[in-house]
Write a new protein. Structure first.
Length: 364
C-alpha cells in the first residue's frame, strides 16, 4: 500500500471515530427540558418522547469497540503499515516478523511442515534406508530460505539449489521401494495430481500417462524431482502459416508413418507420395526438436513420434490439427505448495508407477 493511501485511510478512520465519539459525548451532556410527566414535549404521531439514558450494555459495547480498535492499531500494523509494524509478531523462516495474515499463514505452515519433516526423517527416510538425504534436505531448505530473502538472486544460488534437488534422486529411488512411503505418496498424488492425470495416473487427452515408460522430460528420479519442483511449460508451435495446408497434410502423413500402428487403424492406408513429401518437411522443420529419427528429445520436452503413445490422439485429423494450430501444455510447480519432503514422496510414488520393464525409446 502506498504512503498516500495508508495515510488517507488512517486519517479518515481517526476522523470518523473522533466525529462519532464527539456526537455521542455531546448527546450525553445535552439535557433537554423535561416536563412533569418525564417527556421532552416532542410528539410524533401521538407518540411522546422520553429523555432516557442509553442502555449501559450499549455504552459498554460502543466504548469497548473504540478501545478494541485502538488496541488493534497498536498491536498490528494498521496505522501506516510501512512505518508501524505493531507489537504483535510471528516467526517466519527463523526470523521474527510483524504480524500480518500472510505472515501468520506462513508461520502456521512452517509449524506443520516441521512436524511433518520430523516424522518424515525419523519414520520414513530411516525405514527406507535413505537417512543420508537428511543432510541434503537441510542444505536445500537453507538455500531456498536464502533465495526467498534475497532481493537480488546471487548468480550461482539457483544452480546450487538445482544440484541439491538432483542429489535427492538416490533417496527417491529407495523410497519408491518402501510401502510406507508409497502409501503417503499415493495420498499426495490423489490430493494434488489426480485431477489432471486421473486417479489411476493413466492420464487423459493432453495429460501424460504416468504408468508407461515414455516420458516427455525424462523418467528418472532426478527428472521427476525437477519437474515437480520447477514445473514445465511445453509448446508446439503452429505450422500452417509456415508450411501451408498441403505441408501440414504431408508432414502429418509422414509423422503417422513413424508410428508402428500408424497412429490409428482408421489412418490406413497412408499416402506414400505425401509421406515422402512430408519427410523433407519434417527434416527441415521438425527434426530440431524431435530428432532426425523422430524419437524426441527430453531436454526440449519433445515427444517420441516412433511409439504408439499420442498425448492428444493419433487420428489423422488430430495430428493435422496439432500441426495447424500448435499445442500448449503447463505442468505447475509444486515446490512452494508441497515443500521438499512431500515432493520426494510424490516423486517416489510416480517413479514406482512407471513400467520400467519396457525400454524407453526416447532420445536423451
Amino acid at each position: 500500500m502506498t504512503f498516500f493511501w495508508s495515510s488517507w485511510i488512517t486519517i479518515l478512520s481517526i476522523a470518523c471515530w473522533a466525529g462519532i465519539l464527539g456526537v455521542l459525548l455531546f448527546v450525553l451532556k445535552y439535557k433537554p427540558d423535561v416536563e412533569e410527566d418525564g417527556t421532552t414535549g416532542h410528539s410524533y404521531d401521538g407518540i411522546r418522547e422520553y429523555d432516557k439514558p442509553l442502555p449501559k450494555w450499549w455504552l459498554v459495547i460502543f466504548f469497548g469497540s473504540i478501545i478494541w480498535g485502538v488496541a488493534y492499531w497498536i498491536f498490528f500494523p494498521a496505522i501506516q503499515p510501512k512505518h508501524w509494524d505493531g507489537i504483535a509478531t510471528v516467526e517466519v523462516d527463523g526470523e521474527t516478523v510483524p504480524w500480518t495474515s500472510h505472515n501468520e499463514l506462513y508461520s502456521e505452515l512452517e509449524a506443520n511442515d516441521k512436524l511433518f519433516r520430523d516424522n518424515f526423517e525419523q519414520s520414513i527416510l530411516a525405514r527406507a534406508g535413505a537417512s543420508d538425504a537428511t543432510a541434503v534436505l537441510d542444505e536445500l531448505n537453507s538455500l531456498q530460505t536464502t533465495l526467498r530473502r534475497s532481493e537480488e538472486t546471487p548468480a550461482d544460488l539457483q544452480t546450487q539449489i538445482d544440484d541439491k534437488i538432483a542429489a535427492l534422486a538416490p533417496a527417491v529411488e529407495k523410497l519408491s521401494q518402501d510401502p510406507n512411503a508409497l502409501k503417503v505418496g499415493s495420498r499426495l498424488f490423489l490430493q494434488n495430481c489426480a485431477v489432471c492425470h486421473g486417479s489411476n495416473a493413466k492420464g487423459a487427452v493432453g495429460y501424460p500417462n504416468l504408468t508407461d515408460n515414455e516420458w516427455l522430460y525424462g523418467g528418472e528420479p532426478e527428472h521427476i524431482l525437477t519437474t515437480l519442483h520447477k514445473g514445465r511449460v511445453g509448446g508446439m508451435p503452429a505450422w500452417r502459416d509456415q508450411i501451408g495446408e498441403d505441408g501440414v497434410r504431408a508432414a502429418s502423413e509422414y509423422v503417422l508413418s513413424l508410428s508402428p500402428k500408424k497412429g490409428s487403424e482408421a489412418n490406413s492406408p497412408l499416402d506414400q507420395t505425401m509421406v515422402k513429401q512430408g519427410e523433407a518437411i519434417f527434416t527441415q522443420n521438425c527434426a530440431l526438436c524431435h530428432g532426425p529419427e523422430g524419437k524426441g528429445m527430453i531436454s526440449a520436452g519433445a515427444p517420441n513420434l516412433t511409439d504408439d503413445i499420442w498425448l492428444y490422439g493419433g487420428e489423422r485429423e488430430t495430428v493435422r490439427d496439432t500441426l495447424r494450430y500448435g499445442r500448449a501444455g503447463v505442468m505447475p510447480e509444486w515446490e512452494t505448495k508441497l515443500g521438499n519432503e512431500r515432493i520426494m514422496l510424490l516423486a517416489a510414488y510416480v517413479y514406482s508407477l512407471s513400467d520400467r520393464s519396457t525400454p524407453n525409446t526416447s532420445n536423451n
